[in-house]
Design a protein around this ligand. Structure first.
Ligand code: LLP
Length: 436
């Protein structure tokens, strides 16, 4: 994987800034998520270029990182949004994503959320069950959207892929038939019949999302081929309103275990399949989250103490840091590995006498464990956990009475803003103030 850039003094850089400077000067506290907004924008530009002149929509999966500066940076690059709640929809709209570039996924949308989506006039509500079609039609009727205006919906198909073929962790695989997501292919005819009988709705798209962190293009390509042939069949069945085909997100990123394809490689495969299926008059939509933001964020943490314990004559080395599973839950939840690197090394080369340290956080859970990492013999004062820009802060919590981490946003070689977390004292007061 890509190790962080270092300056000639061996200091890890992000967005052109030495992270250790930011910590030592007191500009940022620990633990802090630090994001490079320029790199996020550049990645979006590169992904959009992979589409060439083809009609497309990059619907950024906002769930990966909901911070205003991130969503605005992507909106400024012409990205749309994939949202999964009324609240995420509000974030996307407020950050300048045009309603007609927003799709809304989710298996259990509430009526008030459906109403919000219909009211905002988003591109499409992605339907995940036959039952949901009836509910959306009922809400459209209740809102009486105005004469002739119909609720735009798309069907999220469950492609029922072989679980093993997805090559990803069980908790983030969605495209197999035991998953709660999407409409089973066998139910598609029933869904189409209900749509035909519901004048309140209009079918504008078909889509799927086979899972996250899909590490190879062939699985993505095969699924896309199936989706496009369904698109052909649906049209042949008389649906003339189909406007887009959505092959989902899930592009893998390199967490350090080895190279993965570039986001553009997944896109090019989907474009080829779309052409082969002769549905290239539809818009190709993708819903990437992780690949747009993960590599452009790090979690900066301070080493609180070390512990060397002797177990049956051998030394076990622990590096105890001030970030825990409450700040970054991916290792505990998915056995994910985020590289841990020192903010400072002796010299530019970043090669140091390596000792294996098990890096752990302060939370009282055995799974508060970031794994074993090669770090200098004399442990660093500060470390960065890499590739933390996606599913990091958004999944953080206050377990064990911990404060949420700060978020620091860099652009143009400067800190543009810091989202400072409430203090642990605030947490104490909030808990105690509950009467009863
Ligand atoms: N579209 C839909 C319908 C999704 O459910 C997801 C992710 C995406 C797009 C974006 O997938 P991405 O490009 O980010 O892989 N918290 C987990 C990942 C959960 C993904 C949930 N759905 C993690 O930290 O690995």
């Amino acid at each position: 994987g890509n190790s962080p850039r270092r300056d000639s003094n061996g200091r890890a850089l992000l967005g052109g800034l030495a992270l250790s400077d930011l910590v030592r000067s007191g500009s940022i506290r620990t633990p802090s998520y630090v994001y490079d907004l320029d790199a996020i924008a550049a990645g979006a530009r590169e992904l959009r270029e992979a589409f060439g002149n083809e009609s497309h929509l990059v619907a950024y999966a906002v769930k990966a990182n909901t911070a205003g500066p991130v969503v605005r940076a992507l909106a400024a690059q012409g990205c749309g949004a994939d949202v999964v709640s009324g609240a995420e929809l509000s974030v996307a709209l407020a950050c300048g994503v045009p309603p007609l570039s927003i799709v809304y996924n989710g298996v259990a949308k509430r009526d008030d959320e459906i109403d919000k989506a219909l009211g905002a006039g988003i591109l499409s509500i992605q339907i995940e069950s036959v039952e949901e079609i009836v509910r959306v039609a009922a809400r459209a009727r209740a809102l009486s959207l105005g004469r002739g205006a119909r609720a735009r919906i798309s069907l999220r198909i469950n492609p029922a892929l072989d679980f093993e073929a997805l090559e990803t962790h069980a908790n983030i695989a969605t495209g197999h038939d035991a998953a709660k997501f999407g409409i089973a292919q066998d139910d598609l005819p029933r869904a189409l019949e209900i749509i035909k009988a519901s004048p309140e709705v209009e079918l504008v798209g078909l889509g799927h999302h086979i899972g996250s962190q899909i590490p190879s293009v062939p699985a993505y390509r095969t699924a896309a081929r199936t989706l496009f042939s369904l698109g052909v069949a649906v049209r042949a069945g008389g649906v003339s309103t189909l406007r887009f085909l959505d092959t989902g997100g899930g592009f893998g990123i390199d967490y350090g275990a080895g190279a993965v394809p570039k986001p553009g490689d997944y896109v090019r495969a989907a474009l080829e399949e779309r052409k082969a299926a002769e549905v290239d008059d539809t818009m190709l939509m993708v819903e990437p989250g992780r690949s747009m933001v993960a590599a452009h964020g790090v979690l900066v943490s301070r080493v609180v103490q070390t512990k060397v314990s002797t177990v049956r004559g051998t030394a076990r080395r622990w590096l105890m840091i001030d970030a825990g599973m409450n700040d970054l839950i991916r290792p505990a939840l998915y056995q994910a590995r985020h590289r841990v690197v020192p903010l400072e090394t002796n010299g530019a080369s970043a090669d140091f006498t390596a000792t294996l340290w098990r890096v752990v956080g302060p939370v009282c859970e055995s799974s508060d464990d970031f794994g074993v990492h090669a770090l200098p013999d004399s442990p660093p004062e500060h470390v960065a956990l890499l590739d933390a820009g996606a599913y990091g802060y958004v999944m953080s919590n206050q377990y064990n009475g911990r404060a949420l981490p700060d978020e620091v946003f860099l652009r143009g070689g400067q800190i543009v803003t810091i989202n400072r977390a409430k203090s642990q004292d605030d947490w104490v007061q909030e808990r105690v103030a509950i009467q009863g």
